[in-house]
Design a protein around this ligand. Structure first.
Ligand code: DX5
Ligand code: ZN
Length: 214
């Protein structure tokens, strides 16, 4: 499993040392949650912090934008050196154009679905995206409970990807720990995002290694 620890659960007062810990771990990417207080009922951090994270991180940044009209910020995300830019299907009206703009900026493009958005909405764009990020909680907060319906959704998305010949990865975000991580791996997920499970663990590096082994 590709593991992308979510910085949202890190200690922001010691952000550099938290990132150093991830640099020394089996983490593949660092998942960065940007919230605007409009698309989701919470505000996290923005581009100045993302730049500071990028300066310390030796892992590719997987940026998850929980903001309205994310297409306005393709250039700013690119300027941080991000590897993957994930935009919500629900937040970008012309998502096909947004995906092309992310690619033109030299980044991988991910499209994210809220728990209530069916995977069929991606049928006509699945061949153009590098990743689909399925939310297994309603976005906005860390530490929420995994929504079990995500499992069948992963299976349906996997079938769509295989039928289309797309190479899109499936990433799952929200309430992932070793138990739910094993469930999403069995259903066909490629990437696990984990915030609380990693940063609240007594040994975060061991937790990351255990998730990677799923
Ligand atoms: C939620 C964020 C998640 C969050 C996951 O809106 O997108 O990435 O950090 O946190 P946990 O793993 O604690 O559910
Ligand atoms: Zn996220």
């Amino acid at each position: 499993m590709i593991v992308a620890p979510s910085l949202l659960a890190a200690d922001f007062g010691r952000l550099a040392s938290e990132i150093e810990m991830l640099n020394d771990s089996a983490a593949d990417w660092i998942h960065c949650d940007i919230m605007d207080g409009v698309f989701v009922p919470n505000i996290s951090f923005g581009f100045p912090v993302l730049k500071a994270v990028a300066a310390v991180s030796r892992k590719p940044l997987d940026v998850h934008l929980m903001i309205v009209h994310p297409e306005r910020y393709v250039g700013q995300v690119r300027d941080t050196g991000a590897y993957m830019m994930n935009v919500h299907y629900e937040a970008s009206t012309h998502i096909h154009r947004t995906v092309q703009e992310i690619h033109d900026a030299g980044m991988k493009a991910g499209v994210t679905l809220n728990p209530s958005t069916p995977v069929v909405m991606l049928e006509d764009i699945i061949g153009d995206v590098d990743m689909v990020l399925l939310m297994s909680v309603n976005p906005g907060f860390g530490g929420q409970k995994f929504i079990p319906g995500a499992i069948d959704k992963i299976r349906r998305l996997k079938a769509m990807i295989e039928a289309s010949g797309s190479k899109a990865l499936i990433e799952v975000d929200g309430g992932i720990n070793l138990e739910t991580g094993a469930m999403i791996a069995a259903a066909g997920a490629d990437v696990a995002v984990a915030g609380s499970a990693v940063f609240r663990a007594s040994d975060p590096k061991a937790e990351i290694a255990a998730l990677a082994a799923l």
